[in-house]
Design a protein around this ligand. Structure first.
Ligand SMILES: CC(C)(COP(=O)(O)OP(=O)(O)OC[C@H]1O[C@@H](n2cnc3c(N)ncnc32)[C@H](O)[C@@H]1OP(=O)(O)O)[C@@H](O)C(=O)NCCC(=O)NCCS
Length: 210
């Protein structure tokens, strides 16, 4: 079975997404040193359920290998987040498919790149790509209840709070309290269809009467 119903496997494996400041592209072994340096930061890793900490080059190499396979089998679609201008590696973003019709978004950025709207820019692009190309009905996300930055990223991307609970976090060695968010396809389609209206000063009423 091809990994994604509406995209040929050959396209999925090579796809790149370009935004104003970023390129989202397939992670490769050349990313390993930067990935290990930026992810080996407790402020990054401990906010996620999946990044081990400490995080070394062998973890990064395993991630790249796993993602290569996961792309081909349709389990996950992960991207390296690269600076469009310099080609520097900034972090990762991806979609997982826990159920066939649902994609779950996850992301992290190296600390030097926080606070510039980059995660939001990458997430919006990936959400557009997901809804435009895959037969999914919703995109979900979750973050630790203490993770205000990630909560804001999801809100700015149109995901809304659904509920809270405990989530198994393999790299944290237990379960973590998390908040869950979701964006349904009709809501995404609705705000993507809005065209800005022109607002101008109306002519004074007197000028309109003969
Ligand atoms: C979450 C993360 C990706 C955000 O990256 P970023 O590029 O800084 O995000 P953006 O700049 O697009 O948006 C961040 C928003 O959170 C807000 N924010 C940041 N820290 C905050 C805090 N401590 N409290 C409240 N809001 C906060 C910012 O002000 C911004 O909102 P605004 O545009 O309304 O001002 C980054 O912090 C990160 O990688 N963290 C560690 C890993 C992680 O948490 N991954 C997500 C796991 S669910």
């Amino acid at each position: 079975m091809p990994p994604f119903k509406s995209l040929p496997a050959t396209v999925v494996t090579s796809i790149e997404i370009e935004t104003l400041r970023l390129v989202l592209r397939k992670p490769h072994q050349g990313d390993v040193p930067s990935m290990a340096r930026l992810a080996n930061d407790s402020a990054v890793a401990l906010m996620t359920g999946r990044l081990p900490f400490p995080y070394g080059e062998s973890d990064a190499a395993d991630f790249v290998r796993y993602q290569d396979e996961a792309r081909k089998t349709g389990k996950e679609l992960a991207f390296a987040i690269e600076c469009r201008e310099t080609g520097a590696f900034f972090g990762c973003i991806g979609l997982r498919f826990p159920k066939r019709e649902v994609a779950e978004i996850g992301y992290w950025l190296g600390r030097p790149h926080w606070g510039q709207g980059l995660a939001t820019e990458a997430a919006r692009a990936l959400i557009d790509h997901g809804f435009s190309t895959l037969p999914i009905t919703s995109i979900t996300g979750e973050c630790r209840v203490i993770n205000e930055a990630s909560r804001r990223v999801m809100e700015k991307c149109g995901l809304r709070y659904v509920n809270s609970g405990l989530q198994h976090a393999p790299a944290r060695g237990g379960a973590l309290p998390i908040d869950r968010f979701s964006l349904a396809r009709p809501d995404w389609a609705s705000f993507k269809a809005w065209v800005p209206a022109v607002v101008r000063e109306a002519a004074p009423l007197a000028e309109l009467t003969p």
